[in-house]
Design a protein around this ligand. Structure first.
Ligand code: ATP
Ligand code: MG
Length: 452
């Protein structure tokens, strides 16, 4: 085992405990938290709560990231005020969630999450506000004290609280040790905690990939046998978690971690199957994830549709083949292949409609790169979806589906001025006209353009 199993507390012991556990406190001279990095709205929310006599702390990923000298992506506040009490204190706030009630406090177009300290309740469901179904927590609204709240968080590094009045880190679970030595340890019994919420396995992958933490042997061990529990999680929540993984700026690492721990299969079974007999596909996926990481790390925008288009490309191609008759396919059948592929994936991770349309457009545009007629090129380049389709086409060189010369031609034409562009278009050989496929549209008297 990597780090000796020195759990300093035990979840069961703390349930029904008589008195609060005191935290280990680390003051400013002993930690490296730069308060300048703390979002001013988070400071204001904490101050409003403490001025009213409530306890309020920064908690979770923001404290962890500040200690690791990283810039937190969001700030969470934990308090002993109930959701209703928090809501009454902030004009622009609302209570969200049923399963897990929290308050969103809005500032501008963004918001901060304020959660009330929760108590850990055992799997027997002894509180009406906490419900279990086969060991999975389906409702978690039993409020408690800060030390109880710490124990129901997932990993020790995520159970640190920052007290802004004293500039001190409060540690109930040896989280500081885990931050210093960079390991990921589940709070309590890992297997039970994965059963309570299987998404914690995906979170472990993300923290490992993003923070370079070593997953302790005991924390990693039950993942293989618990992986299938992800099928009990709603496909909408799995979509959100997938985006968090692949838009973390560490998507390549996340992909490898998911594969290694048998979790990728739970999210993308069709892709996993394709990967088994197509070694180039892994290069294509890793290439796309690498591009996504690079964009995120220089602050460029990314669209979730792109990654999904990449991951489902092979399945889409098979669906197209199934609909191809005598080497031809109608535009409707291409859309149908796209819809069918997305539908099959959606039982694992939902794909919201706005992304589904973009995914289909990226796929549909691929055939245009080789088949487009010269006069249509300027309009094609100006299309809002062109850039994503172009990026996708460039990646297809890794699959051997597009030659480097072809990809370079499309790169060059975007960089040159209008006259040069015209010259390039004139020099480009016209694609061979193909006989039109019979589609439903052509049967009803309209003409269809094959494969576009
Ligand atoms: P990041 O924001 O960088 O993705 P995070 O740890 O802050 O990481 P959030 O989803 O913002 O993740 O959650 C805030 C905190 O809430 C976590 O640090 C953790 O303490 C707690 N938490 C979140 N999800 C779970 C979960 N599934 N089980 C237990 N605790 C959780
Ligand atoms: Mg967070």
């Amino acid at each position: 085992m990597l780090f000796a199993a020195t759990l300093t507390y035990n979840v069961e012991v703390n349930i029904n405990r008589q008195q609060s556990t005191l935290p280990q406190k680390t003051f400013a001279q002993e930690h490296n938290i730069d308060e300048q990095k703390i979002c001013k709205h988070a400071k204001r929310v904490v101050k409003t709560l403490t001025d009213k006599g409530y306890q309020a702390y920064l908690v979770g990923g923001c404290v962890r990231d500040l200690l690791l000298n990283m810039t937190p992506k969001d700030f969470d506040v934990a308090t002993n005020a109930t959701p209703e009490e928090v809501r009454r204190l902030f004009d622009r706030s609302r209570i969200i969630g049923r399963r897990f009630q929290i308050v969103h406090v809005y500032y501008g177009r963004e918001f901060l999450e304020v959660s009330t300290f929760r108590a850990q309740v055992s799997g027997s469901g002894s509180s009406p506000n906490t419900q279990f179904n086969n060991g999975q927590i389906t409702r978690d609204n039993t409020f408690g004290d800060i030390d109880e709240d710490a124990l129901r968080r997932d990993f020790t590094i995520n159970a640190l609280y920052y007290d802004l009045t004293e500039s001190a880190v409060l540690d109930f679970c040896s989280g500081m040790d885990a931050v210093e030595k960079r390991y990921l340890r589940m709070i309590g019994d890992p297997s039970t905690r994965y059963r309570e919420d299987p998404v914690r396995m995906l979170r472990a992958m993300r923290f490992r990939a993003k923070l370079g933490l070593e997953i302790e042997t005991d924390t990693a061990a039950p993942i293989a046998e618990c992986a299938h529990l992800l099928t009990d999680i709603s496909s909408a929540r799995l979509f959100d978690e997938t985006i968090k993984l692949f838009h973390s700026g560490h998507a390549v690492n996340c992909f490898h971690e998911l594969k290694q721990h048998g979790l990728f299969h739970q999210l993308f079974p069709m892709t996993e199957k394709e990967l088994g007999h197509d070694p180039q596909l892994q290069d294509f996926i890793v290439g796309a994830l690498g591009n996504t990481d690079a964009r995120i790390n220089i602050g460029k925008s990314v669209n979730p549709a792109f990654i999904f288009a990449v991951l489902l490309w092979r399945s889409f191609q098979h669906a197209v083949t199934q609909r191809t008759r005598h080497g031809k396919i109608s535009p409707e059948s291409i859309w149908d292949a796209g819809r069918n592929t997305i539908f099959r994936q959606a039982s694992h991770t939902t794909i919201p409609k706005r992304f589904a349309i973009t995914i289909c457009e990226i796929w549909k545009f691929q055939s245009r790169f080789e088949r487009i007629r010269s006069r249509q090129i300027p309009e094609f380049i100006a299309h809002p979806r062109f850039r994503a389709a172009y990026d996708f086409m460039c990646l297809r060189t890794l699959l051997g589906e597009v030659s480097q010369a072809e990809a370079d031609w499309w790169t060059d034409i975007q960089a040159c001025g209008p006259e040069e562009k015209q010259l390039m278009i004139e020099k480009r050989p016209e694609p061979r006209r193909e006989p039109k496929a019979k589609s439903r549209a052509s049967k009803s008297g309209q003409q269809s353009n094959s494969s576009e």
